[in-house]
Design a protein around this ligand. Structure first.
Ligand code: ADP
Ligand code: GLC
Length: 490
C-alpha cells in the first residue's frame, strides 16, 4: 500500500509531544510490513539540516492557494536508520523561523501555515509521482487535507484511488480560524461556509470538524478516548460531529518503538537492565539523582522517586499535583523529579516547590531527550494525573522500564494501566478516578504502601515489564483501517 503521512511533527526532526513519536514510529513499522511510505512536514527553522542530512532537491512545487499559486522548495531526508523518505517543505514565508507553532500564543498566521501544508502535500505527491492509496492526516494541522481530497482532488485521475484517514491525537486543539481567510486559503467557495456546514462550528472555521466529517475513516489514539470524545465533554464541542460518523470512528491504541524505548538497548541510561536484572535499576536511580543534583550524602537515604516527563499544560494535571504534593515532600515521603516545559504558571509553581524542598523536588525545564530516558529508568514510580489523556506514551515507556505508573483512569491511561490487586497479584500500576488533589493523595499513599513491599513490588514490576505495547501491532491496525477507508472511499 502507498501511504502518505502528512503531519506537523515528526521525531527526531520536530517534536512537541507524542504526535511526533507516532509520526516517526508508524512509518518504520509500515515499511517493515512491506508498504511504501512517504512522510511530509514543514522545514521549520529549528530543524538542523546538516545534522540530519537533509538536502535540497530540485523540486519546486506549485501550490494552488486561494485564487493564486504559491511555491515551496522540497528538501529530502530519511527517518534515522531507515531509507524511508521524509520530504520537508521549505517556505521562507511560513516555516523558516524558530518554533513549530509559535510561543505561548501561537503564530498569528498559523491558519495560512497549516492550510498551505495541507494543500502542498498533494502537489508533492504528484511531483514525486507517488500515487497514495491513503493520505493519513494528523490533528488539526493537516485536517484540511480531508476536505481538500474530496473537493479538489476527487476527480483528479492521479488521486483516483486515494482514501483519506484522519487521526485525532488531541481534541483540545481544533484549528479554529477566521472563516473568510480559511475558506479562501483552502480554495473553497465562501458560500460553502454557513451555520451547520461541515466547516463551521460556533460561527468559525473549524479544521478538526472538517477533518472528521470529510475523512473516509477517523481514528483516535485509544479505545476509551474514542468513547469519551463521542459522549462526554472531552469531545470539546464536537461530540455531535463525532456521533454522526458512527462506526467510522475507531480507537487504535498507540504503541511504542522498542528500538528507542527499551531498558536493554537505551543509549541514554547508566546501565541496561531487563526484568531479570531489576537490581540494576538501582544504579539508574542513583545516576538520575546525581544528574539532577542530589548530593551523595543525601542520596544515602533511599526514598522512593516519583518521575514525570510532560508538557506543562492544564491537561497534564499539574494543578491537582500542586494541591497535594507539599505534605509528602515536607514529610520526607518521596522525591519528585519532573522534566517539563510549557505554561509559565506551572513552571513557576514547580520551581518554587524545588526552591523550598531542594532535596525532595527537582525540576528540569526545556526539552531534554537524555533526561527523559534517565527518568524512566531511574524512577520507582511514574506519575500521570491527567485531566484528560487521549492516549499518553510516557506511561507505556514507564511500564517497559519497570517503573510503576500512577495514573488517573481516563483515556489511554485507563486502557494501558491495570490497578494492582494484592489478592491476585495481577495489575501493573495504581489508578484513581476523581480529578482532585485528594484522590491523587490517596493514590500516592497506596503507591507508597506497595513500595518495596514483597511479594507485591516484584509482581507489579514484572507485570509492568511483561506488557506488550509494540508499535508493530498499532501499525497493523492502521493498515486494516486504511483498507476499510479504501472500500468506503466516497
Ligand atoms: P503529549 O503528546 O500529550 O505531550 P505523550 O505522553 O503522548 O503526551 O507524549 C509526550 C512525548 O514527549 C514523550 O515522548 C515524552 O517523553 C516527550 N516529552 C515531553 N516533555 C518532554 C521534555 N521536556 N523533554 C523531553 N521529552 C519530553
Ligand atoms: C496527544 C495526546 C497524547 C497522545 C499523543 C500521541 O498529544 O495528548 O495523549 O499520546 O497525542 O497520540
Amino acid at each position: 500500500m502507498n501511504i502518505l503521512l502528512a503531519t506537523a511533527e515528526v521525531t527526531p526532526f520536530a517534536k512537541v509531544g507524542g504526535l511526533a513519536d507516532m509520526a516517526g514510529a508508524l512509518p518504520k513499522a509500515w515499511a517493515q510490513g512491506g508498504h511504501n511510505v512517504i512522510v511530509i512536514l514543514p522545514l521549520y527553522g529549528t530543524i538542523d539540516t546538516e545534522k540530519f542530512g537533509i538536502v535540497k532537491t530540485d523540486m519546486l512545487v506549485d501550490v494552488p492557494f486561494g485564487t493564486w499559486t504559491e511555491y515551496a522548495e522540497v528538501w529530502q531526508g530519511t527517518l534515522p536508520d531507515t531509507s524511508i523518505p521524509v520530504y520537508f517543505l521549505r517556505s521562507s514565508d511560513y516555516y523558516d523561523r524558530p518554533g513549530i507553532y509559535g510561543y505561548h500564543e501561537g503564530f498569528e498566521d498559523n491558519d495560512r501555515r497549516f492550510i498551505f501544508l495541507s494543500r502542498a502535500i498533494f502537489e508533492v505527491a504528484r511531483a514525486l509521482d507517488f500515487r497514495p492509496d491513503v493520505v493519513h492526516a494528523h490533528d488539526y494541522h493537516t485536517a484540511p487535507c480531508m476536505p481538500m481530497l474530496k473537493v479538489h482532488y476527487h476527480s483528479d485521475e492521479f488521486f483516483r484511488h486515494t482514501a483519506g484517514v484522519f487521526t485525532i491525537h488531541n481534541m483540545a486543539y481544533q484549528g479554529m480560524y477566521d472563516p473568510q481567510r480559511a475558506m479562501e486559503f483552502c480554495g473553497f467557495p465562501a458560500s460553502e461556509f454557513y451555520t451547520g456546514s461541515w466547516y463551521e462550528q460556533d460561527g468559525i472555521f473549524n479544521s478538526m470538524k472538517a477533518g472528521i466529517l470529510f475523512a473516509d475513516k477517523i481514528t483516535t489514539v485509544s479505545p476509551t478516548y474514542a468513547q469519551e470524545i463521542r459522549w462526554t465533554p472531552e469531545g470539546m464541542g464536537l461530540q455531535g460531529a463525532l456521533q454522526s460518523r458512527g462506526a467510522d470512528l475507531i480507537g487504535i491504541l498507540n504503541g511504542i518503538d522498542a528500538a528507542t524505548w527499551s531498558p536493554m538497548h537505551d543509549k541514554h541510561i547508566a546501565v541496561p537492565y531487563d526484568a531479570d536484572s531489576l537490581k540494576k535499576k538501582d544504579i539508574n536511580k542513583k545516576a538520575l539523582l546525581k544528574e539532577v543534583g542530589i548530593s551523595a550524602a543525601e542520596m544515602k537515604r533511599d526514598l522512593p522517586v516519583v518521575g514525570m516527563v510532560t508538557r506543562l499544560t492544564e491537561q497534564k494535571g499539574v494543578s491537582i499535583l500542586a494541591a497535594c504534593i507539599e505534605s509528602f515532600v515536607a514529610n520526607d515521603r518521596f522525591r519528585l523529579v519532573i522534566l517539563g516545559s510549557g505554561e509559565a504558571k506551572y513552571e513557576d509553581l514547580l520551581k518554587n516547590l524545588a526552591y523550598r524542598y531542594p532535596n525532595h523536588v527537582r525540576v528540569g525545564t526545556g526539552y531534554n531527550e537524555p533526561l527523559s530516558h534517565m527518568i524512566q529508568a531511574g524512577a520507582d514510580f511514574y506519575l500521570m494525573p491527567s485531566k484528560f489523556e487521549p492516549c499518553g506514551l510516557t506511561q507505556m515507556f514507564a511500564l517497559a522500564y519497570g517503573t510503576i505508573p500512577i495514573v488517573r483512569s481516563v483515556g489511554g491511561l485507563a486502557d494501558t494501566v491495570q490497578d494492582y490487586d494484592p489478592i491476585t497479584f495481577a495489575g501493573t500500576g495504581i489508578r484513581f478516578h476523581r480529578y482532585t488533589g485528594e484522590a491523587l493523595q490517596h493514590a500516592l499513599e497506596t503507591a507508597l504502601r506497595l513500595y518495596k513491599r514483597e511479594p507485591h513490588w516484584s509482581h507489579m514490576r514484572r507485570n509492568a515489564m511483561a506488557q506488550d505495547h509494540s508499535i508493530v501491532t498499532t501499525a497493523q491496525r492502521y493498515v486494516e483501517v486504511f483498507g476499510w477507508a479504501q472500500e468506503a472511499r466516497r
